[in-house]
Design a protein around this ligand. Structure first.
Ligand code: ATP
Ligand code: MN
Length: 447
């Protein structure tokens, strides 16, 4: 048989060499047995860690422990040599921090091979899940004039000469001279356009790159990440929660069913609670709790001596330490938080009768905190317009969105799952930079 791949390790003695070869399709190497009686010694010297080989030989049951089969090499061709003195993965230092400094080569490691294969499996499972439910995959624009979250942390897109920006008579930037004739940015969410799709074909999802220029250098934030955003007509908040729970459970189960070799590797190497944690979220219903109840729980925890870095009182947004306390200590299962103060949530969320909360929902996971954010959307034209005005937002730029409430408005809901947050959960990696092949973070956009 013929095997091709990269050398992971070579060991043995003068007469016989054992080469661990890997082609990237699995975490498991194939053992190549190379006998110097059959093979040229000068050639075998070129078989070093990182070199690429084509090996011909017989596949046989292995006498050694650790592998069921091995290839007795009759012919080895070194396709590409790899200088052991310079190869960056040859070093003893294989910490994730070090690997980030050689990010262009780190994909060759066992760790990133495992992460990339799991990432691929999850992307496939996401499409499979929605496809089986009859959702339409909707492609929302990456370049947009809308700021879905109203947060203003967007990357501007322009072809204007930054050294010679056209100004209007008042001295403001004249965007009519820009490529699109208006101010545009990279999208922070496909939701608003998603609502146009959902109110036309019923159930849609988006799955694409998302950009946020928030300068938060945390292990859970990227400037460029991927988001899955289902949006469903005729769903209320309860239907929405049910779908979110079914969806993440399906994905975790899919990883357990299809990626076990890689999961075992990551479990042994980085996080010995990984597989148990994944199994634990599948078996139980998620805990539903209102924001107001959660504040009471956290206030009681503080009264009992628990220390948080950030304060909690009704009206504040929870930090990940609070989310993790609720999930890991208090309830010991995933939590769905609902009914948030309207002032910490976006304008489009459905307003509750109490006049101060909205029908938002956040799904919180162990080790991660928020993995999903969503809501039932405000379906009433009057209430939506009133909220837009209250927040001092421009109605003019949102007329296209408001039209969904003018013409055949329906109750509808949706949510956004951060793809890399999901991957943190199903790989056990601690830093979001290690679950995306080419991370973009403040001051870092290599390659
Ligand atoms: P957080 O409070 O954790 O910053 P958010 O409330 O700003 O998140 P949403 O606007 O609700 O996030 O976005 C939906 C989902 O997208 C989040 O639940 C999270 O999984 C993911 N997400 C948001 N911002 C980022 C980011 N900068 N990098 C990676 N994933 C993100
Ligand atoms: Mn959120």
């Amino acid at each position: 048989m013929l095997a091709k791949g990269w050398v992971r390790t070579k060991r043995g003695n003068k007469q016989i060499k054992f080469i661990a070869l890997n082609d990237g399709s699995t975490i498991n190497n194939i053992q190549i047995v190379a006998n110097t009686e059959l093979l040229d010694e000068e050639l075998l010297k070129k078989v070093t860690t990182g070199a690429s080989l084509a090996v011909k030989g017989k596949l046989e049951a292995s006498v050694g422990s650790g592998q069921a089969v091995e290839i007795q090499a009759s012919e080895i061709e070194v396709l590409g040599e790899c200088d052991p003195m310079r190869f960056p993965l040859q070093k003893k230092d294989t910490t994730l921090e070090y690997l980030r400094t050689v990010a262009h080569m780190r994909l060759r490691t066992n760790t990133f091979g495992a992460v990339l294969r799991i990432r691929n499996a999850m992307a496939f499972a996401i499409h499979k899940f929605f496809n089986e439910k009859g959702f339409v995959y909707l492609h929302t624009p990456l370049i947009t004039e809308s700021d879905a979250e109203g947060a203003g942390d967007m990357f501007q897109v322009t072809t204007m000469d930054l050294k010679n920006i056209p100004l209007d008579k008042k001295g403001n930037v004249d965007f009519s001279k820009d490529f699109f004739g208006k101010k545009t940015s990279l999208t922070v969410s496909g939701q608003l356009e998603g609502e146009l799709g959902a109110t036309a074909v019923g159930e849609i999802y988006t799955f694409g790159p998302t950009f946020r220029a928030e300068n938060s250098n945390t292990p859970r934030h990227l400037a460029e990440f991927w988001m899955i955003e289902p949006e469903m007509a005729f769903y209320d908040i309860n239907d929405n929660m049910e779908l979110a729970e079914e969806f993440v459970k399906y994905l975790v189960q899919y990883a357990l069913d299809n990626c076990m070799d890689d999961l075992k590797f990551l479990n042994d190497k980085y996080d010995d609670g990984l597989i148990a944690r994944m199994q634990s979220v599948i078996g139980i219903p998620f805990q539903k709790v209102t924001y107001t109840e959660a504040v009471e729980i956290l206030e009681k925890a503080i009264a009992d001596g628990i220390k948080f870095e950030y304060p909690v009182h009704w009206g504040t947004d929870f930090q990940s330490e609070h989310e993790r306390y609720l999930v890991e200590k208090h309830f010991q299962k995933p939590v769905i938080l609902i009914d948030f103060p309207k002032d910490i949530k976006a304008f489009y969320m459905k307003q509750n009768e109490d006049g101060r909360t909205v029908r938002g929902m956040d799904v919180l996971f162990p080790k991660i905190g928020e993995i999903i954010g969503g809501s039932e959307r405000e379906a009433s034209l009057e209430k939506l317009e009133q909220r837009i005005d209250e927040l001092g937002m421009s109605r003019k730029n949102l007329e296209w969105y408001i039209d969904t409430r003018r013409y055949g408005s329906v109750p509808h809901s949706g949510f956004g799952l951060g793809f890399e947050r999901l991957l943190l959960f199903v790989t056990g990696m601690a830093n979001i930079r290690d679950v995306i092949p080419f991370p973009r973070t403040p001051k870092n956009a290599e390659f």
